[in-house]
Ligand binder design. Structure first.
Ligand SMILES: [Zn+2]
Length: 170
């Protein structure tokens, strides 16, 4: 496929433009401030995490309970409006044992990221989180787990208000 350059008018940039500071040059501090709105569904989800609860939204068209909650069902293109309080328990669908951190640094205590099917949420709504409080060789797919919450006074309305999920039977 060929594209004629005339179809996309603009100003071509060259390396010299960047090096000479003709573009993208910000002397000193930009001092830019911003705020970010997470949206209606995520706002309540995060607030409920601070309260120590997991919540989802039900789609009235297909009946699925979406977790994390979304304002629209991506299958039906219908708005969701019925909040559902979910359990903080679930089943490990898959997991990995990681001996390196995100920056490729070796770590002494391995992390165990996992996808957890939360009880009450619909199929394929796996929540990505960590498994903890158990030796890595005792973790298994299909294992039932429960959220280990931060103390209430330390919660911030973040998914990290759950420290990790830990097996209900060890
Ligand atoms: Zn739906």
């Amino acid at each position: 496929m060929s594209v004629r350059i005339q179809e996309f008018p603009g100003t071509p940039l060259h390396d010299d433009d960047i090096r000479s500071g003709r573009v993208l040059s910000i002397p000193g501090s930009a001092g830019a401030e911003y705020s970010w709105d997470v949206g209606i569904a995520m706002e309540r989800y995060l607030a409920e995490l601070k309260n120590g609860r997991l919540v989802g939204l039900r789609c009235h068209h297909c009946g699925r309970v979406l977790l994390p909650p979304r304002a629209f069902c991506e299958q039906c293109f219908q708005p969701t409006s019925e909040w559902v309080t979910l359990s903080d328990t679930g089943v490990i669908q898959t997991f990995a044992i990681c001996h390196i951190a995100w920056d490729a640094r070796r770590i002494d205590q391995p992390k165990i990221p996992a996808v957890i099917a939360i009880d009450g949420a619909s199929r394929n709504m796996g929540l990505l989180h960590l498994i903890g409080g158990v030796a890595p060789d005792r973790v298994a797919v299909g294992q039932r787990v429960r959220a280990a919450w931060r103390p209430a006074a330390e919660r911030q309305g973040s998914i990290t208000d759950i420290l990790y999920f830990t097996p209900m039977e060890k």
